[in-house]
Design a protein around this ligand. Structure first.
Ligand SMILES: C[S@@+](CC[C@H](N)C(=O)[O-])C[C@H]1O[C@@H](n2cnc3c(N)ncnc32)[C@H](O)[C@@H]1O
Length: 203
């Protein structure tokens, strides 16, 4: 079971990261916010060009050193500490996605690479809700039963879902310029795992 779960998660990380390897800075310190199992951070470390620090509100890691625990969307580091920041499939969870994004903007002097599922239309919203359940609470339950993680009353309950336009508006409110959007439609079911490349707006 552990072997299979590792294979699935490692393969997923490789696929996610091929979408953005050339968009990360050449080297430096990268923050992975909402790092989950740790597979994405480990895959970046494996390239050998970056130091990666993980942050999460819960310790769900089963590979790598694990996250520094955070709360209230506060990342306890100096301004502009990081050369880049990744955040995959996280924005649906915090009460205020805007607050978390503001904090990400504060701590990174480089690009923010965000992958977030977005929906289009009524069907897309239903499909996204089901997908969130399977990749969120269901996967967490399986991983807990398999003894891979030991969450402390943490449920992965989403508070929001987003359309692409809602996210673009949110990024603008926080002061980001959207440099690039790379959609990846999921089976033409009205759901896309969008990659957003963001840079802080220069005032
Ligand atoms: C669906 S998992 C994604 C994990 C990982 N990014 C990935 O793609 O494999 C969502 C992660 O976001 C974390 N999370 C939830 N709310 C958060 C918050 N306010 N700040 C940082 N991380 C948060 C959860 O603990 C969980 O690890």
């Amino acid at each position: 079971m552990k072997w299979l779960a590792n294979w699935v998660m490692s393969r997923r990380s490789r696929l996610l990261l091929t979408r953005l390897s050339h968009r990360l800075p050449e080297s430096g310190i990268i923050a992975d916010v909402g790092s989950g199992t740790g597979h994405n951070a480990e895959a970046i470390r494996h390239w050998g060009r970056h130091h990666v620090r993980e942050f999460d509100v819960a310790d769900l890691h089963w590979v790598g050193p694990g996250p520094e625990l955070i709360s209230d969307s506060r990342i306890p580091v100096e301004d502009q500490e990081f050369d880049g920041l990744i955040m995959f499939f996280v924005l649906q969870y915090p009460m205020s996605a805007e607050e978390l994004l503001r904090e990400c903007r504060r701590v990174s002097r480089g690009p923010l690479l965000i992958i977030q599922s977005t929906y289009q239309g009524r069907l897309g919203r239903i499909v996204l809700t089901i997908r969130e359940f399977f990749w969120g609470r269901f996967a967490l339950r399986l991983a807990t039963l398999a003894g891979l993680v030991h969450p402390d009353r943490f449920s992965l309950q989403p508070c929001h879902d987003f359309t692409r336009l809602e996210l673009i508006a949110l990024f603008a409110r926080v002061g980001f310029v959207v440099v690039e959007i790379v959609p990846a439609e999921w089976w033409r079911l009205g759901v896309s795992r969008d990659l957003f490349v963001l840079q802080p707006e220069v005032l």
